[in-house]
Write a protein that binds this ligand. Structure first.
Ligand code: AHR
Length: 495
């Protein structure tokens, strides 16, 4: 059995975790909105047509922000189509996803939904067909108290109080040729700067996210990021990153996605820090990893011109959940720079929550690692010394057990997350907590199983789910824990 040693020192703090690290994303895409969060005929629908069974699961994930309304959809979206009396709203072609957008849900309804789901909105302004002025008008509509055209329009539409949307994305993936009205880095940088100025002039309390590269695989990466930041550095608060992984045929390579993601984050930080130096700035640019997940992009099919077609409905396996958990740990371990991270997406579309139209809702396998991260990943990430064997993968020599250690001072809890990517055997993890004194191991949650390709279905909704393993040693200053082969582990200690 392989051995991993972890030395945890309570004073070696890496970073405080921002609650916004546990955020998600809902786009007008496929069945995310229509028959996802909203289905007026559903037996659980409330008076506004929101599925309460879905709201309950969103609450379980304790999501801080939900990015809305896109995504690729954003770059052709006129937000005015989604406000006012529903019977007057236009039905539009959504060119990004080749679907029909009925506009039954817009910003006002989404604000209502977010309150019911116990979350906040990360707004987004259209930088494709949209202008800087459209963006400023949207901020006025949402955040200005009253007495102007757009703030009074919001009141007329039933929302007397401002929505107070604090965080805004300036466009989406504008480096991507697939984007409606895609721009060069220079053109986007200039447009984003003018847009940021106008948005902050309307409400200078807002925070802005400027588009970084759509993925590390873009030919324009990281030059795109450098150029955009050279234009916008002093006016924006975050640079965005997006990254999806899929199994390209080698499970071990797929399992080590977390390592590649770490490199991506580090090199985006280096790019941002280069611009910081160039500008002689004392401001640190934070990162918004506002799309991350497993996504099987090659299998994608499109049904043209339907309302809420079943597209991007990936069904996640145990293996996908392990990979997903590893990515989550990389986000935690980089939480000194990554302040926002959005699991893309939340319902039906590449999502942890999956509904049947008119029927039940289930948790996909990736629901669980996200739930664990959100429940036990809050506090301060520590910097343990880890001695671990490595395995050779396409991304280099990768630790066999990927870990993150979090101390929650308020709750007097320490959580050790451990992903074992060893395909052959279990690993013995010994953890030294001497600086804490005596600790109690209260729970060992583990997600693992014989069938890596098992998925949850409406017939078998709990096929993939974590279990509590029996604990051999309850208290001490050091612990020996065995983690099964190919497993996601949450070791919860109290002190
Ligand atoms: O999340 C699905 C899509 O992935 C989003 O619309 C886009 O931003 C990204 O390419």
């Amino acid at each position: 059995m392989a051995d991993v040693k972890v030395y945890v020192e309570k004073h070696f703090e890496h970073s405080k975790v921002d609650d916004k690290l546990f955020s998600s994303f809902i786009e007008h895409l496929g069945r995310a909105v229509y028959t996802g969060i909203y289905e007026p005929d559903h037996p659980t629908a409330d008076e506004q047509g929101f599925r309460q069974d879905v709201i309950e699961l969103v609450k379980e994930l304790d999501v801080k922000l939900v990015r809305y309304p896109g995504g690729n959809f954003l770059s052709g979206y006129n937000w005015l189509d989604g406000v006012g009396p529903k019977e007057n709203r236009p039905v539009r072609l959504d060119l990004a996803w080749q679907t029909i957008e009925p506009n039954e849900i817009g910003i006002d309804e989404f604000v209502d939904w977010s309150k019911k789901a116990g979350t906040e909105i990360m707004g987004a302004v259209n930088m494709g067909t949209g202008t800087p002025q459209d963006a400023a008008f949207l901020v006025e509509y949402c955040n200005f108290p009253g007495g102007t055209y757009y703030s009074d329009l919001r009141k007329k539409n039933g929302h007397e109080q401002p929505h107070h949307i604090k965080t805004w994305c300036i466009g989406n993936e504008m480096d991507g040729p697939w984007q409606t009205c895609h721009l060069s880095a220079e053109d986007y940088g200039k447009k984003a700067l003018e847009t940021a100025k106008m948005m902050k002039w309307v409400d200078n309390s807002i925070e802005l996210v400027v588009c970084g590269s759509a993925t590390s695989l873009m030919a324009t990466y990281p030059e795109w990021d450098r150029i955009v930041l050279e234009h916008t550095y002093e006016l924006v608060d975050y640079l965005s990153l997006h990254r999806y992984y899929e199994n390209e045929g080698n499970d071990l390579d797929f399992l080590s996605s977390f390592y590649d993601m770490d490199n991506f984050i580090k090199s985006v930080c280096a790019t941002a820090d280069y611009v910081k130096a160039l500008k002689r700035s004392d401001k640190t640019m934070y990162l918004s990893f506002d799309e991350w997940n497993v996504w099987y992009q090659q299998k994608q099919t499109r049904e043209p011109w339907k309302i809420a077609p079943e597209i991007l409905e990936d069904r996640y396996s145990l293996l996908d959940a392990l990979v997903f958990g590893g990515m989550g740990l990389t986000l935690l371990n980089n939480s000194d720079r990554v302040k926002i991270a959005c699991l893309a997406q939340l319902v039906n579309v590449i999502a942890p929550i999956f509904t049947k139209k008119g029927g039940p809702v289930i948790k996909q396998s990736i629901f669980y690692p996200f739930e664990h991260l959100s429940k036990y990943g809050r506090g301060t990430v520590l910097k343990p010394v880890i001695l671990t064997p490595t395995i050779k993968t396409r991304y280099g020599n990768v630790p066999v057990v990927h870990q993150s250690v979090i101390c929650n001072e308020e709750k007097c809890e320490v959580t050790v997350f451990a992903l074992n990517i060893n395909e052959q055997e279990e690993v013995n993890v010994s953890i030294d907590f001497s600086s804490f004194g005596q600790l109690t191991l209260v729970e060992h949650i583990c997600l693992y199983g014989d069938d890596l390709h098992a998925i949850n279905t409406f017939e078998e909704p709990e096929k993939v789910k974590p279990m509590s393993l029996s604990i051999e040693q309850q208290t001490g200053t050091s612990f020996e824990v065995s983690v099964p082969r190919l497993s996601w582990n949450v070791l919860r200690f109290t002190y």
